[in-house]
Design a protein around this ligand. Structure first.
Ligand code: UDP
Length: 245
C-alpha cells in the first residue's frame, strides 16, 4: 500500500502516531473465563485490537477415524469477524486465516502435553472482533490462557507480540497503520519460562543487527504480557481452596 507523503508515523523524538515510545506496548487488558459454553476462554485487548479465545476439550474426535492412538489432536481456528476490519472481509475462511490457524496451532503444540490425552481432540477457536494490528499475537496470548482455564496441562503459557521497523525506527507492538506503512513487521511468540521461541514470522526486511535488536524488543514486550497473563490467572484462582476443586 502506498503511504501518503504527509503521514508521519514517528517524529524526531521517537514519539509514535499514537503517542507511544518505540518500546511501549499499547494498553493491555486480559480477562479469563469470559464465556460460559466453552471449557476455557479468555479475552485480550491490546489497544484497539480485541480478541476472544475459546477452548473445548479434551473431547471425542469427530469423525472418529481421525483420532490418534498416542496423543490428542489440536485443532485451531483463527477467524476475523467481518465487522472487525474497515473493508468488509469475506464471510468464509480466507487463505490468510487458514495460514494463521496453522502457525498458531504449531506454536501451541510446542507447549501442550498432547500425549496425555490420546484419542481426543482439543479445539481452539480465536475470534478477532476488532482488528488494529497484532491479531495473531493477541490471539495466541488469549488461546494459551483459554487452554490454561480449560485445565489442559502445558509446559508454559505462550505470550506473543509483533515488533517491526517504521521510518527507520524499531518499534514494539505495531498498530494497523504502522503495520501497513512500515518497512517490516515481525510477530514473535514465546514460551517465556522455557526461553523458547514458538513462532517467528517476518514480513518485510530487517538487517542482521536490526533483527537482533527487534528480538530484544519482542522479549521485553513478551515479558510484560506474560506477567499480565500470570496476574490474570492468579486473580481468577486466588481464594479457590483445594476443597472447592
Ligand atoms: N487487516 C485488515 N483486513 C484483513 C487482514 C488484516 O484490515 O483482511 C488489518 C488488521 O488491522 C490487522 C492488520 O491488517 O490487524 C495486520 O494484519 P496482519 O496480516 O499483519 O496480521 P496481524 O498483525 O493482525 O497478526
Amino acid at each position: 500500500m502506498v503511504k501518503d507523503e504527509k503521514l508521519k508515523l514517528i517524529n524526531e523524538e521517537g514519539t509514535r502516531i499514537d503517542g507511544r515510545r518505540p518500546d511501549e506496548l499499547r494498553p493491555l487488558k486480559i480477562e479469563i473465563g469470559v464465556l460460559d459454553k466453552s471449557d476455557g476462554s479468555a479475552y485480550v485487548e491490546l489497544g484497539k485490537t480485541k480478541v476472544f479465545a475459546a477452548v473445548f476439550g479434551p473431547r471425542e474426535v469427530h469423525p472418529k477415524h481421525l483420532a490418534l492412538p498416542d496423543r490428542a489432536i489440536l485443532n485451531c481456528r483463527y477467524h476475523m469477524a467481518s465487522f472487525s476490519v474497515d473493508e468488509r472481509k469475506p464471510l468464509g475462511m480466507t487463505r490468510r486465516e487458514i495460514e494463521l490457524s496453522k502457525v498458531i496451532r504449531e506454536a501451541l503444540e510446542s507447549v501442550v502435553f498432547l500425549e496425555e490425552f490420546p484419542r481426543t481432540s482439543i479445539d481452539v477457536y480465536i475470534e478477532v472482533i476488532q482488528a488494529d494490528g497484532g491479531t495473531r499475537t493477541a490471539g495466541l496470548t488469549a488461546a494459551s490462557l483459554a487452554l490454561a482455564e480449560a485445565g489442559i496441562p502445558m509446559a508454559d503459557l505462550v505470550a506473543a507480540v509483533a515488533v517491526g521497523k517504521i521510518e527507520g525506527h524499531l518499534v514494539l507492538d505495531l498498530c494497523d497503520l504502522e503495520d501497513k506503512y512500515g518497512e517490516a513487521d515481525m510477530p514473535v511468540a514465546m514460551a517465556p519460562r522455557l526461553n523458547s521461541i514458538v513462532l517467528l514470522q517476518l514480513n518485510g526486511r530487517l538487517a542482521k543487527e536490526d533483527f537482533r535488536r527487534a528480538l530484544e524488543f519482542a522479549k521485553k514486550g513478551i515479558t510484560e504480557i506474560y506477567q499480565k497473563q500470570r496476574e490474570a490467572l492468579r486473580k481468577k484462582y486466588s481464594g479457590v481452596s483445594l476443597m472447592e476443586v
